[in-house]
Design a protein around this ligand. Structure first.
Ligand SMILES: NC(=O)c1ccc[n+]([C@@H]2O[C@H](COP(=O)([O-])OP(=O)(O)OC[C@H]3O[C@@H](n4cnc5c(N)ncnc54)[C@H](OP(=O)(O)O)[C@@H]3O)[C@@H](O)[C@H]2O)c1
Ligand SMILES: *[C@@H]1O[C@H](CO)[C@@H](O)[C@H](O)[C@H]1NC(C)=O
Ligand SMILES: *[C@@H]1O[C@H](CO)[C@@H](O)[C@H](O)[C@H]1NC(C)=O
Ligand SMILES: *[C@@H]1O[C@H](CO)[C@@H](O)[C@H](O)[C@H]1NC(C)=O
Length: 365
């Protein structure tokens, strides 16, 4: 039953209808489609002498992360550091994607362990190379789980990996990005439409809702409180959506705290519904068989992994996407525009609370 419901919930990835809904309900989706600025001679000259940029991508062993790594490794301007929990899987994935050895490295990172995050930062610093861009892409999703699972530090896994692990990583690596001499530094946190309750997709239950954050404050653990941020009963689909709201809130809070001082571009994006990725691996077979064609032919919200990879690669590398504090989306002609976030996902007061509580949980404050 739950999975039939999930099939209908397949709409959760449906961006086009939600855009139309935005228009109908008067929610403004700014349609400033971006075009590349004309490149004149002196900018071309500057490009020739520009060193390769170094970009760290978490969860680059499959799906969106791998597709993005491939685009950037192939365009000759980037060295991609694939930050992955399964080294061998990442190696195989890079090879079968046809990435050339000189254009990427793989480093171990398990976001479900704060020690692993700290060790990754140490290892990265030992490389002695500058960090120019960080992409927080990895995620887990447990829509059918009836019980929570926990990270090494005892936090519910979805929020633990998607939000907490990335927050620690981004806070640490911000220091490294400050040292970069590259023309543009960017910190990108992959968001999702599903956490955005100003869209049709985001309104399919269970809706994201962080409530008064009591569960987060209590450490996201059922043995001592609640595994859910709002203090409620465990719900895997909701935990994922909540974690994505945190991702989008943290991007904006980073922007408010650090953009002016550092010049770093902070951005988030909804790449489209990539119905074929491993993110849906926890769904039963029926769902996984029906979901991609459903997205492709019925809702038309579907994008291929390749197209989604191109989109995220633009947010990494396109000279016209340097604006900070933006949640990027793409229209049906694949032109990028600055999208609007839901009320909760753009609530500055809540963002500050989540930031402060997260710092406390992670021992940063
Ligand atoms: N698919 C969609 O329709 C969709 C829509 C909107 C947004 N997104 C977002 O896109 C991003 C990528 O998702 P995807 O669809 O590409 O899913 P995916 O194929 O499942 O990729 C997720 C990646 O995260 C990695 N990962 C999971 N747990 C980790 C951990 N503890 N430490 C380090 N890495 C870990 C996975 O590693 P393994 O390879 O080892 O499992 C995998 O490489 C996510 O942020 C997701 O929220 C996806
Ligand atoms: C070319 O671009 C540079 C830097 O982007 C700018 O300073 C210069 O005025 C431009 N030159 C012309 C001829 O447009
Ligand atoms: C690797 O990067 C170089 C530039 O450093 C580029 O010329 C080459 O095409 C890339 N190789 C592959 C297979 O993408
Ligand atoms: C969190 O939950 C796990 C699994 O139930 C338990 O082993 C662990 O001790 C708990 N951690 C904290 C900090 O409460």
């Amino acid at each position: 039953m739950h999975d039939l419901q999930s099939l209908i919930v397949g709409l959760l990835c449906y961006p086009l209808l939600s855009l139309r809904l935005n228009v109908l309900t008067g929610i403004r989706a700014q349609s400033t489609a971006t075009t590349s600025p004309a490149i004149n001679k002196s900018t071309q000259e500057a490009k020739k002498t520009l060193r390769k940029g170094n970009v760290v991508i978490t969860g680059a062993s499959s799906g969106l992360g791998l597709a993005t790594a491939k685009v950037l490794a192939e365009n000759g301007k980037w060295h991609v550091i694939m930050a992955c929990r399964d080294f061998l899987k990442a190696e195989k994935a890079a090879k079968s994607a046809g990435m050339a050895k000189e254009n990427y490295s793989i480093m171990h990172l398990d976001l479900a362990s704060l020690d692993s995050v700290r060790q990754f930062v140490k290892n990265f610093r030992q490389l002695g190379v500058p960090l120019d861009t960080l992409v927080c892409n990895a995620a887990v999703y447990f829509p059918t789980a009836s019980e929570p699972t926990y990270t090494a530090d005892g936090f519910e896994m979805s929020v633990g990996v998607n939000h907490l692990g990335h927050f620690l990583l981004a806070r640490e690596l911000l220091e490294d990005m400050k040292q970069s001499d590259y023309p543009s530094q960017r910190l990108i946190i992959v968001g999702s439409i599903t956490g955005n309750t100003n869209t049709l997709a985001g309104n399919i239950p269970p809706k994201a809702n962080l409530g008064d954050l009591r569960g987060l404050a209590g450490g996201l653990n059922e043995t001592t409180g609640s595994s859910m941020i709002d203090g409620g009963k465990f719900d895997g689909a909701k935990a994922y959506k909540d974690s994505k709201v945190c991702n989008m809130l943290m991007m904006q809070e980073f922007h408010r705290r650090y953009h002016e001082e550092t010049g770093i571009t902070f951005s988030s994006l909804y790449p489209g519904c990539i119905a074929t990725t491993g993110l849906f691996r926890e769904h039963i077979g029926l769902f996984r068989t029906l979901f991609p064609p459903f997205q492709k032919y019925i809702t038309k919200g579907y994008v291929s992994e390749e197209e989604a990879g191109n989109r995220l690669a633009q947010v990494v590398s396109d000279p016209s996407l340097t604006k900070s504090g933006v949640y990027w989306s793409w229209n049906k002609n694949s032109a990028s525009f600055e999208n609007e976030l839901s009320q909760e996902a753009s609530d500055a007061e809540k963002a500050k609370k989540v930031w402060d509580m997260t710092e406390k949980l992670l021992g940063l404050a």
